[in-house]
Design a protein around this ligand. Structure first.
Ligand code: NAD
Length: 393
């Protein structure tokens, strides 16, 4: 199958490329890939472990090997051997120039030097057409598009332009750039061309009525938002324990520190806002009430991709006695995220082949803010995913 990655030169994307090719060549086992669990036997027939990659990016880097090597030199996040074994393949991947429209200061200032379509003086319609033609020149009927680009600020929402696909088309024709964001344009390009789309970031992506309508009309499955890989994964796995035992959670503090490009971009308040909202909402959904909560994400350069989270939970039980729970999550962000890119792509291709269209809420297991689903409990999400798969198979 083919995967088009928006943000192809990022650490999540390049790690997915290295890992995907290493698995395909049989150099490494499939640990970390949810889709390889026995629960999903039979998926191979629809989406084999065989990948071609392409994508968009805005950083001026010659090819995906150079990008992967830059990340590797800073992080040494896997054995160099794997990178060298797939170097020829990655060197041939040259990302198409993308757009950074309304991506905020975090992207524009921290990722320099960048190359973007808008600097060529294109209208909004022309930018959308360029994105479409780039994707079409790579895609076949077994292609999925995934957004793994840096997190954008919240967009300037407009009922008129985002409320229906006619409105969205009018936004393109009116050149109303202040209402468009890069992630919407990529999602539009994918869905319009019948390609399943997933949003691994908290950016808006396909999560507006206009693009949901387009996905229904084109019979395309899509899913998002924001990969659930670290602190939120632990939180939504652990929080149900308090709920099951009828323990009252008074407060939950989550303090996250990370370095690398993602951390740099998120150090800008407008880019960080969508991420904090995405992490913050889950407790209320598990408990049905909102404990006092602190969610912080801070840039800590020397950690690079080694993201850490410190959580403190204050709760009470029988006879009102107050107790405490603490945990530390200490993981390599790209290593927990990259396999999910391959999983999501495989499940979306499976969905398409089974005639599923619109938001696939059963893929909520993979996301912090699952679209059109109130279920954030990881255990329930896993059951929902396996039941959905078995039923369709
Ligand atoms: N565990 C995780 O790593 C994890 C979990 C959930 C979500 N995410 C999200 O996934 C995204 C990627 O994370 P990462 O660590 O790989 O970040 P990264 O900074 O290494 O990669 C982002 C890539 O996107 C490119 N980019 C930025 N804006 C773009 C645009 N408008 N169009 C095309 N390309 C663009 C950048 O040049 C860069 O190569 C981030 O939004 C992050 O918040 C990551």
């Amino acid at each position: 199958m083919k995967i088009w990655l928006v943000g192809a030169y990022g650490i999540v994307s390049t790690t997915a490329m290295v890992g995907g090719k290493a698995v395909e060549k049989g150099l490494v086992d499939t640990s970390g890939l949810v889709s390889q669990l026995p629960h999903f036997d039979g998926l191979d027939k629809f989406a084999p472990l065989n990948f071609e990659f392409g994508g968009h990016d805005i950083r001026d880097i010659p090819n995906a090997y150079k990008a992967a090597l830059e990340h590797w030199e800073q992080n040494r996040h896997f054995e160099r051997y794997y990178l060298e074994e797939v170097s020829e393949y990655l060197t041939a991947i040259k990302a198409s120039t993308g757009t950074a429209l309304n991506c905020g200061k975090g992207v524009i200032e921290e990722l320099q030097p960048i190359k973007v379509l808008e600097s060529e003086g294109l209208t909004l319609r022309e930018i959308a057409e360029r994105l479409e033609s780039d994707i079409k020149s790579f895609a076949d009927s077994d292609t999925v598009v995934i957004n793994t680009a840096s997190t954008e600020p919240l967009p300037n929402f407009s009922d008129r332009y985002h409320g229906s696909i006619d409105g969205f088309e009018a936004m393109l024709d009116d050149n109303a750039k202040e209402f468009a964001s890069a992630s919407m344009l990529y999602a539009y390009a994918a869905i319009k061309n019948g390609l399943p789309y997933a949003n691994f970031t908290p950016s808006v992506g396909s999560n507006i009525p206009a693009l949901k309508q387009l996905a229904e009309e084109k019979r395309v499955p899509h899913a998002g938002n924001d990969g659930k890989t670290g602190e939120t994964l632990v939180k939504t796995t652990l929080a149900p324990m308090f709920a099951y035992r009828n323990l009252k959670v008074h407060g939950w503090m989550s303090y996250n520190i990370l370095g690398d490009l993602d951390g740099k971009v998120l150090s800008h308040p407008e880019n960080k806002e969508s991420k904090v909202i995405s992490k913050d909402k889950v407790l209320e959904k598990v408990f049905g009430y909102s404990p006092f909560s602190i969610t912080q994400i801070e840039f800590f350069p020397s950690l690079v991709d080694n993201k850490m989270a410190f959580d403190f939970i204050h709760f009470s039980g029988f006879l009102g006695t107050r107790m405490k729970f603490y945990f530390i999550w200490d993981a390599i962000d790209a290593i927990v995220a990259a396999p999910l890119i391959l999983d999501i792509a495989r499940f979306l291709l499976f969905a398409k082949k089974k005639g599923v269209s619109g938001v696939v809420k059963e893929l909520g297991f993979f996301f912090k803010s699952p679209m059109e689903s109130e279920i954030v409990n990881t255990h329930q999400q896993f059951q929902e995913l396996t039941a959905w798969f078995q039923e369709l198979l």
